[in-house]
Design a binder for this molecule. Structure first.
Ligand SMILES: *Cc1c(COP(=O)(O)O)cnc(C)c1O
Length: 393
C-alpha cells in the first residue's frame, strides 16, 4: 500500500467518501446509517430501484436452482429473455448475451466484420461517444484523450463529428462496414442524437450498404420515455446493444441484430462463458417482466417531464437537456464536481457528467414526492455560495 488509502483496489476510480450498505427503492443507506436519495441508479442500472422484490426473488430462486451450465447447453431463461427483447425491438432478430455493455459492443463490432466480409471492417463512430473500455470499444469511443496511454489500439475505427451527416458520408470508404452511434450520448454529456440526424444516418447506411448499429446500453429499456432511444427518431437500426438496466444490477449485456445480420455468426465465431447464464438471465427476465407490467417507458416520460420542469425552475440551473429520465442540468456557474459532492453530503446522489453539468438518472419508478425531495436538495446546494463549501448540514 503506497497510496495512503489502505485500499487493495487498483486506483482506476477516485471513489466518493461514502460506503453504501443497503438500498430500497429510490433510497440508499451508508455505513453511518444516513439515508440518500438515489438520482443516479448506479449509472442507469437500477432502473426499478434498489432491492426490487420481484428481481430479488428471481435471483434467490436461480441461486438455489441452477447457477450455471455453460452455453454448450440450452438454458430456459436466456431463451425467454431473448424472445422478450426481440419483441420489444420489433421482432425478426436474434440475440447474443454478454456480461456488460462493452462486451455487447464487442459482439456488434465482430458481427459487423463477419457480416460485411473481406476487406470491410471499419466501424465509424462519433466524437464524444462512449462505447466501453475494452481495447476495441475504447477505440470505438470517440475520446482521443482516453486512447493515448493504450496505443496501439485495434485497427478499424474512425471517428466523425457528432450530428454531422456530411462528415459521416465523407468517412465512408469501401472498408467501412458499419456505423455505431448512441441514441443519446450519455457519458459525453447527455446529448440526444435527434430525429433528422438518425433519419439521415439510416438513409446513408441503406445507400452504402452499411449496418446502422445503435448503442442503447445507457439509453435503452425505457430510460428515455420509449423502450429504445432510437424510437424517438423514427428509425430502425440493424443492430442494437443493451446492458446497464437489463438485470437491474445483475451484470448482463445483449447484442440484438436483425436475423439476416445475426446469421453471419456460425457456431464457433463468438462465445462467452458466462453470457446469458441462468442467474443473470433470471434477473433480466424478472426485470423485463416488471418493466412491462409497470410500463416504465410511459413512467419515464411522465416523470421526466415533471422533473425537467422542476429543475428548470431552480435559479442556479441554466438549462436542462435529455429525454425522459436521462437528464443533464447545465449549471449557471460553479463546478459540477463540487456541486455533486455537496449534494452527496446533503443526501442526494448524482453525478458530474461534464465540468459544468450534472447528470440525473433516477429510478424509473420514482415518485413525485421523491423528485421534489431531490430538487429541494439541489436547490439548497446551488443556493449556497461555493466559498462556504464543506458540510452545510
Ligand atoms: C456504460 C456504457 C457502455 C459500457 O458498458 P460497461 O457495462 O461499462 O462495459 C457502453 N456504451 C454506453 C452508451 C454506455 O453508457
Amino acid at each position: 500500500m503506497t497510496d495512503g488509502t489502505g485500499s487493495h483496489l487498483m486506483a482506476t476510480y477516485a471513489p466518493a467518501p461514502v460506503t453504501f450498505l443497503r438500498g430500497e427503492g429510490s433510497y440508499l443507506w451508508d455505513t453511518e446509517g444516513r439515508r440518500y436519495l438515489d438520482f443516479l441508479s448506479g449509472l442507469a442500472v437500477t432502473s426499478l430501484g434498489h432491492a426490487h422484490p420481484v428481481v430479488a426473488d428471481a435471483v434467490c430462486r436461480a441461486a438455489r436452482t441452477l447457477l450455471h451450465t455453460s452455453n454448450l447447453f440450452r438454458t430456459g431463461p436466456a431463451e425467454e429473455v431473448a424472445s422478450t427483447l426481440d419483441r420489444l425491438l420489433g421482432g425478426g432478430g436474434r440475440v447474443f448475451f454478454a456480461n456488460s455493455g462493452a462486451e455487447a459492443n464487442e459482439c456488434a463490432i465482430k458481427l459487423a466484420r463477419k457480416w460485411a466480409g473481406h476487406g470491410r471492417y471499419v466501424v465509424v463512430s462519433a466524437y464524444g461517444s462512449f462505447h466501453g473500455r475494452t481495447l476495441a470499444t475504447l477505440h470505438a469511443t470517440g475520446q482521443p484523450a482516453k486512447h493515448e496511454a493504450f496505443q496501439p489500439l485495434p485497427e478499424g475505427f474512425r471517428h466523425v463529428a457528432w450530428q454531422d451527416v456530411d462528415a459521416l458520408a465523407n468517412a465512408v470508404t469501401p472498408e467501412v462496414a458499419a456505423v455505431l452511434l448512441e441514441a443519446v450520448q450519455g457519458e459525453g454529456g447527455v446529448w440526444p442524437a435527434g430525429r433528422e440526424y438518425f433519419a439521415e444516418v439510416r438513409r446513408l447506411c441503406d445507400e452504402r450498404g452499411l449496418l446502422f448499429m445503435v448503442d442503447e446500453v445507457q439509453s435503452g429499456l425505457g430510460r428515455t420515455g420509449r423502450w429504445w432511444g432510437f424510437e424517438h427518431y423514427g428509425v430502425r437500426p440493424d443492430v442494437v446493444t443493451i446492458a446497464k438496466a437489463l438485470g437491474n444490477g445483475v451484470p448482463i449485456g445483449a447484442c440484438w441484430a436483425r436475423r439476416e445480420v445475426a446469421e453471419a455468426f456460425r457456431p464457433g465465431d463468438h462465445a462467452t462463458t458466462f453470457g446469458g447464464q441462468p442467474l443473470a438471465a433470471s434477473a433480466a427476465k424478472a426485470t423485463l417482466a416488471v418493466m412491462e407490467a409497470e410500463d416504465v417507458p410511459a413512467r419515464a416520460e411522465a416523470r421526466g417531464a415533471y422533473l425537467r420542469q422542476k429543475l428548470a425552475a431552480i435559479p442556479g440551473v441554466a438549462s436542462v437537456r435529455g429525454l425522459g429520465l436521462l437528464l443533464a442540468v447545465e449549471l449557471r456557474d460553479g463546478d459540477a464536481g463540487a456541486v455533486a459532492a455537496r449534494c452527496l453530503e446533503e443526501g442526494l446522489v448524482l453525478n458530474a457528467v461534464t465540468a459544468t453539468a450534472l447528470r440525473l438518472e433516477p429510478p424509473l419508478l420514482i415518485s413525485e414526492e421523491e423528485m421534489d425531495e431531490g430538487v429541494a436538495i439541489l436547490t439548497k446546494v446551488l443556493d449556497i455560495p461555493e466559498e462556504a463549501g464543506g458540510r452545510v448540514r
